[in-house]
Design a protein around this ligand. Structure first.
Ligand code: NDP
Ligand code: X2W
Length: 346
């Protein structure tokens, strides 16, 4: 049994880690932290976990966490990077759900996160945890930077086109919408029911912190620079991301069914990516609670633009499910262990 620690257990991704790990056959949560809820029983805060998790929150303590085989950080940015170096030195492996280790250029990270990176040497050893591209590196990694939620949806939809050099890497557009759980569990005026229900808006249009992360990974897939216009939106629902991705074919003679075949082949061995039949319209509901990304391809009016629709649950494939998928690969377990639950319907 793997001994698991979770730092940041009272947020949405921490609670989602608990929900998913409670049925994992080879991992057991031994420690879960919260400063505000120190000493409180987990199932008192989250009654949905009654009978499944018998633990109390404790204040974060690096020495205690170092007794775990793997520690998940489900904390805001700028927390993991202050604790990870000591844990790595103690031999504990890390899966960080925050953005602390996602951008490999420390200066670029500072520009978007408005902080100095405290351990650029450790940053250089982190592996970007998108299993559909980096499984081999994840196997041996000591430190995983779990991709962001928007980045997961956008990258899975565009990577096959860029790897095959089928589209213009300088003319990529991603218009994406996220459910409000993407903003975390803290109270914020913008996210209260009366402000967001029956309404829909874009935000971060001039520049969102996920842009450099997505461009970094798309550039690796394209083996050259890329240019992405990324516009996020806030959806008046709890879970789910829907991304509509636009790119321009370099050779308009490539038919849609050939693109479809290429996507199916690219993800044939990816248990959590579903390339849906031509004509499909993936809905966020079809992935709610599941570690799945569903994709659908279009070439409207047979013109040069390829449209890829991509949906994920931001808390599962966009965060905690993907984190567990990484843990499974790191410890030589079946990639799908603990992650086979289907989406909720309705
Ligand atoms: N929500 C989502 O859809 C996604 C979130 N993520 C990322 O995952 C991380 C967690 O997100 P989410 O669960 O939404 O966040 P929340 O804001 O809901 O929860 C944050 C958690 O971190 C703890 N925490 C806060 N500050 C510190 C600190 N200085 N030291 C130790 N613990 C701390 C809090 O508990 P306490 O203060 O009591 O210690 C709380 O349990 C973030 O980095 C987020 O960007 C990634 C992908 C998707
Ligand atoms: C709806 C909403 O506010 N979403 C968040 C992104 C989700 C998130 O938590 O960011 P990471 O994936 O980088 O961890 C935002 O736009 O900042």
């Amino acid at each position: 049994m793997l001994k698991v620690g979770i730092v940041g257990g009272t947020g949405y991704t921490g609670a989602e880690l608990l929900r998913l790990l409670s049925t994992h056959a080879e991992a057991e949560v031994a420690m879960i932290t919260s400063r505000a809820e120190d000493g409180v029983a987990v199932d008192e805060l989250f009654p949905s976990l009654r009978g499944a998790i018998d633990l109390r929150f404790t204040a974060p303590d690096v020495n205690a966490l170092a007794s775990c085989d793997v520690v998940f950080f489900a904390t805001p940015h700028n927390v993991a990077m202050n604790m990870v170096p000591e844990l790595l030195a103690a031999g504990t492996r890390i899966v960080d759900l925050s953005a602390d280790f996602r951008i490999s250029d420390a200066e670029l990270w500072s520009k978007w996160y408005n902080e100095e990176h405290v351990c650029p040497d450790v940053l250089a050893t982190a592996v970007y945890g998108l299993p559909e591209r980096n499984a081999a590196k994840i196997r041996d990694a000591k430190l995983i930077a779990c991709p962001g939620c928007y980045p997961t949806a956008v990258e899975l939809g565009l990577i096959p086109l860029l790897e095959q050099k089928l589209v213009d890497p300088k003319r990529l557009i991603a218009s994406a919408a996220s459910g409000v759980s993407g903003a975390g569990r803290q109270a914020k005026l913008d996210n209260i029911y009366a402000e967001l229900s029956e309404s829909f808006k874009a935000y971060g249009v001039a520049g969102h912190r996920h842009l450099p992360e997505i461009e970094q990974e798309l550039a690796l897939a394209a083996e050259g620079p890329v240019n992405l216009t990324f516009t996020p939106h806030l959806l008046p629902q709890v879970r789910g991301i829907h991304a509509t991705l636009f790119s321009e074919l370099l050779d308009p003679a490539v038919p849609l069914d050939e693109l479809q075949f290429m996507f199916e082949k690219r993800y044939a061995d990816a248990p959590f990516v579903d390339v849906m039949p031509l004509g499909s319209l993936p809905q966020t509901r079809s992935v709610r609670g599941a570690n799945t990304c569903r994709l659908a391809l279009y070439r409207p009016q047979n013109r040069d633009t390829v449209v890829v629709l991509s949906v994920i649950d931001n808390l599962v494939k966009g965060a905690s499910g993907q984190a567990i998928q990484n843990m499974n690969i790191m410890f030589g377990l079946p990639e799908t262990m603990g992650l086979q639950g289907l989406a909720l319907l309705p």
